[in-house]
Design a protein around this ligand. Sequence first.
Ligand code: XUL
Length: 527
Amino acid sequence: MARYLGLDASTQSLSALIIDIDTGAVCANHSVVFGERLPQYNSPKGFLVHEDPRVRHSDPLMWVEALELLLADLVKAGVDLGSVRGVSGAGQQHGSVYLARSFNTVGAWSTDRPLHDQVRPLLSRRTSPIWMDSATSAECAEIARAAGGDDRVVALTGSRAIERFTGPQIRKFYKDSPADWARTSEIHLVSSFMASLLVAASAPIDLGDGAGMNLLDLSAGTWSRELLDATAPGLGAKLRTPVPCATRVGVLADYFVKKYGFSPETPVIAFTGDNPSSLVGMGASRPGTAVISLGTSDTVFAAMAAPRTDPRGYGHVFGNPAGGFMALACFANGSLAREEIAHRFGLDWDVFADAILKRTRPGNDGNLLLPYFVPEITPRLPAPVVRWFGSDAFVNGREPFAAARAVVETQALSLRLHSRWIGEDMNPILVTGGASKNPGILRVLADVFQARIVPLKVSNSSALGGALRAAQAVGGTAWEELARCFSAPAIHLAVEPDPATRALYDKAGRELEHRLNEALANPFVKG
Ligand code: XUL
């Protein structure tokens, strides 16, 4: 039996997915939702509440405890972890973990104590800034200035200095907590942190996720001396050399063999970012297929035939785990905004879909709604601001069905507007993430993009990507074969565009662009 385990440490949950290469089956797909199972961490949405809406941190020990809960759940469900031949996985991108003592000093985890009790004394910083944090504008400006300007940072790293990226976050820590910085000996991304737990040693950062740090020289595949120096003194010594995504970083620690029944010597492949992992899980690792992921954040991404950067400075270039690069644009107010609008208007998801499909018309009589409950990344605008653009009754919030359609349409128009720079073909578009199950949302995406929208059979493409990467690196199965077996589209759920809606969405797109340009000129004025 050739089975491979993929893990996905995302913002709100940790998931595990096991594939069987011989039968082509997904034999397990489990999640631990932090807010539900670990209420002691006071993180109902996966992060700690902070009075400053720009500050978003999580407790890394919550991820450690979740790993143990998840593995215990798998065993309880009768999954034979001894049949797993390799493990890999992914983490939410950009988040960072700071250690006073390297994982390499651990030797072996003791089975007498839970893992989080053994990780706690290693930390030099109790909390981890995550991708939703936007409190580092000053540090971004300082890094860009020291490195010779925005264009130089883009040329080296594929992105401008960006608030949530790890380099600016590291600089803020160095400035705000010099003593803790001085005792920090090792810095991890969420991805390399999770891999390190599994091998009880320091796992290096991979080139896919490393590209989201504003520190990696993309063309050389090494940390950029210029950017290390621009970020914080001594930073180079706290980071291990980055490695290609298919690197074997060790074998599963005895702790997991003894406690959960894994086989001794099970190889662990470098973990990567959730978006690069999803690219593989969606079977989109070759150029020609775009993906929209509707998770806590919404992202649009695609493998790139040649690296290309966003002239407006919002988009990014990351490493593609199958080789080469991928383009990505990230929208912080994805599900968070849809959930908030549904909640405010008392709509459950069936009614929400019905509101779009049956009770309102495409274009929504010109009403647009782009709510920012957290600071937006693409385009960069502050929060909280609910931007209503439309008729009086609509703006006064008396039209719940129109609001449901408007938030989805306006988000889709913004996705389209801000992914033009990627330049890859956007038809068909594969969709993943929780909201990709909502037929109303799929209908709007098809019409706004004038493209065939195709969901995948397997949900959780990031954990699937982890399992596929383990199968490719350990078992040597070709990407094409893996994609054919496991990334099959759910053709019966595909949605075709209605060409009659093209003109009205082109008009609405121009209107949104105009409104956003106005908002960017006066970011603090409510729309
Ligand atoms: C991508 C990004 C988010 C996180 C969260 O740049 O910030 O998509 O990876 O999952």
